[in-house]
Design a protein around this ligand. Structure first.
Ligand code: MF3
Ligand code: CO
Length: 255
C-alpha cells in the first residue's frame, strides 16, 4: 500500500530527513585519509542521540540474517551498499566511501546517502561519482504528479547507459514514512510510463547504485559487492511529491 502523507506527517518527514542531511554533512567534514569508518558511525550515533532520534538501520532485519548492527552503512570501493562501519576500515587516499544514513524521529523515517571521495580519486572513479549523482538528479526531475515510477527508473537506467556505466542489479529505492521501506519499490531500471502513478503527499527514497565494470553483484552477510571488484557509487535522496516540483527532503551541501 502506498501511503499519502497529510500536512502533519509531511512536517515530520521534513524533520527526520533534515536530520539525515545534517548527519551526512557532518560526516562529509570528517572524510579524509586515516579516518576509520567506526568513528563515522560513532559520530552519527552521537548526533542521532542528541536529537532524541534512533537509527532506522540498527536492528533492521532482513531475510535470515542477524539484525544489522550499525547505525549507518559505510561502503568502500567495491562494496555497493550495507558495508559495515568497523575500526579496521581505514580510509586511504583514492578510496570512495558511500555513507548511508537512516533515522527515525517522532515516528517517521529519513533516509539518504552520498558517496564521498577520500583525498584524490582517479578520473574513472570521479566519472562514476558524477554519473551516479547525475542519475539521481535526472530521476528527481521525473518526480512530478501524474508521472509514474517507471519514469524514475528509466531516467536512472538511461543515465547509466549513456555513460557506459552499469546499474547494480537487484537493489532498489522505496517508499518511506513510518516504515523505512514502504511501497512502492523504485527500481533503478525500467520503462517510461509504467508502474504506480506519483501523487502529491507520497514520499520516496530514490537511490541509484552504479558500478564501473559490471551490473553483477554478490551478497555476503548483508554486504553487497561488485562481482568484478570494480568500484561502486550510491547516492540517495528522499523526495516529497507535491502539486508541482518535487521537494528534496535530504538536501545537503553537496547535493
Ligand atoms: N538506504 C538503504 C536501503 O534503503 C539502507 C538500508 S540499510 C539496512 O535499503 F540496514 F537497514 F538494511
Ligand atoms: Co534507502
Amino acid at each position: 500500500m502506498i501511503t499519502i502523507k497529510n500536512a502533519r506527517e509531511i512536517k515530520l518527514m521534513r524533520q527526520s530527513n533534515a536530520l539525515v542531511a545534517l548527519i551526512l554533512d557532518e560526516l562529509h567534514d570528517m572524510i579524509k585519509p586515516g579516518v576509520n569508518a567506526y568513528d563515522l558511525n560513532d559520530r552519527a550515533e552521537a548526533i542521532i542521540r542528541a536529537h532524541n532520534a534512533e537509527s532506522a538501520f540498527k536492528g533492521y532485519e532482513m531475510d535470515d540474517l542477524d539484525p544489522y548492527e550499525y547505525s549507518i552503512c559505510s561502503s568502500i570501493n567495491s562494496e555497493i551498499v550495507h558495508g559495515y562501519s568497523t575500526k579496521d576500515k581505514i580510509l586511504q587516499n583514492g578510496d570512495i566511501i558511500g555513507i548511508d544514513v537512516g533515522v527515525k524521529l517522532n515516528g517517521f523515517c529519513g533516509d539518504g546517502a552520498r558517496t564521498f571521495a577520500v583525498g584524490t580519486v582517479s578520473k574513472e572513479v570521479q566519472f562514476l561519482l558524477d554519473c551516479t549523482k547525475k542519475a539521481l538528479e535526472n530521476a528527481i526531475a521525473q518526480c512530478t504528479p501524474g508521472n509514474r515510477v517507471g519514469d524514475i527508473s528509466a531516467a536512472i537506467e538511461k543515465t547509466a547507459m549513456d555513460n557506459g556505466i552499469h546499474v547494480a542489479e537487484w537493489l532498489t529505492g522505496h517508499g518511506i514514512g513510518r516504515m523505512l521501506h514502504e511501497d512502492p519499490i523504485i527500481p533503478n531500471v525500467g520503462k517510461k510510463g509504467t508502474g504506480p502513478m506519483l501523487k502529491p503527499g507520497m514520499t520516496i527514497s530514490i537511490e541509484p547504485m552504479f558500478n564501473i565494470g559490471t551490473s553483477k553483484a554478490v551478497e555476503k552477510e548483508w554486504v553487497y559487492y561488485t562481482m568484478d571488484g570494480s568500484s561502486s557509487a550510491h547516492f540517495e535522496n528522499t523526495v516529497l511529491i507535491t502539486e508541482s516540483e518535487p521537494e528534496i527532503l535530504t538536501k545537503t551541501r553537496s547535493s
